[in-house]
Ligand binder design. Structure first.
Ligand SMILES: [Zn+2]
Length: 285
């Protein structure tokens, strides 16, 4: 069995921020450009990785957020302000709390402080502490654990997944006709995945992707709601559809797949991207 252990309550805060970045990418243009621009998007085209594109994206944003938190941290904002007696100082900075929640070994701010042999606490010390923290193994372990939790929440929301994949497809579409992208894709292993027009080749969908999507969409067509479990009718076969079609530079990623029935799938053209925002409620009212 594969379980995740959601220990850290602020997961929803990070999920919310990621959603904000996707909805208003212009606010974060520099960041997105730095990972996807200049053919950087081609680093994400390998089909159906279990560490999906959304995982990678979440990790990137969380890493930036952590840095931002430390660069803006004020002494007065620290969680434990009860001991201003310097000899008994117990500052706990935000990231330390996450390490503690996930039970990952780390260098505490107090340990760092004692080693630093500084006399007066200044805000620049938070940044210096952070610079050391990122060099430790536990830092990326915590990011991965937190990303897995955030993914769990965001994967349930198909509208979000559509918007997320639209950003990926828009960057991939910019590669078409781009000389650098064309050369780059020829020289590396990427050419197995790319067509000449920079659209991705169709590949068979692995069974773990089908299972994930089937369970998320509760074995029913996301458009018409038809039950595809096979209990009611053997004719209702499930179809695994790309939310953003490959024709529109969609990705072979678990986040870009949804469940449709045969009829709805054949109605949906390969040049249209759509998903439904309707979900079955947990119980009848
Ligand atoms: Zn249908």
């Amino acid at each position: 069995m594969s379980y995740i252990d959601m220990k850290y309550i602020s997961t929803y805060y990070y999920a919310n921020v990621i959603q904000g970045v996707i909805e208003n990418p212009s606010n974060y243009l520099v960041n997105l450009e730095s990972i996807f621009g200049d053919s950087g998007i081609l680093n994400y085209i390998e089909p159906f990785k279990k560490r999906s594109n959304l995982h990678v994206f979440i990790e990137f944003i969380i890493d930036s957020l952590f840095w931002e938190q430390y660069s803006k941290l004020k002494i007065s904002n620290c969680i434990d302000r009860s001991h201003f007696d310097f000899s008994n100082l117990r500052y706990i900075t935000p990231l330390e709390e996450i390490f503690v929640e996930y039970g990952v070994d780390h260098l505490s701010f107090m340990e760092w402080w004692e080693e630093s042999e500084e006399d007066v606490l200044e805000e620049r010390h938070f940044e210096e502490y952070y610079q050391e923290l990122v060099l430790l193994e536990g830092y990326y372990e915590v990011i991965e654990l937190l990303s897995e939790d955030v993914f769990y929440i965001l994967f349930l929301n198909r509208k979000f997944l559509q918007e997320f994949n639209e950003i990926f497809s828009s960057y991939l579409s910019m590669c078409e006709g781009d000389d650098f992208a064309i050369e780059y894709s020829k020289e590396s292993s990427l050419k197995h995945h790319l067509r000449k027009d920079c659209k991705l080749k169709r590949v068979s969908i692995p069974s773990w992707v089908k299972k994930a999507v089937y369970f998320r969409d509760r074995g029913a067509c996301t458009k018409c709601g038809k039950d595809l479990s096979g209990y009611l009718s053997l004719e209702n076969k499930e179809n695994y559809d790309h939310i953003i079609p490959l024709n529109l530079y969609g990705f072979n990623d678990v986040t870009n797949i949804q469940l449709l029935c045969k009829e709805c799938n054949s109605e949906k053209s390969g040049y249209k991207h759509a998903t439904e925002t309707r979900y079955q409620s947990w119980y009848e009212k």
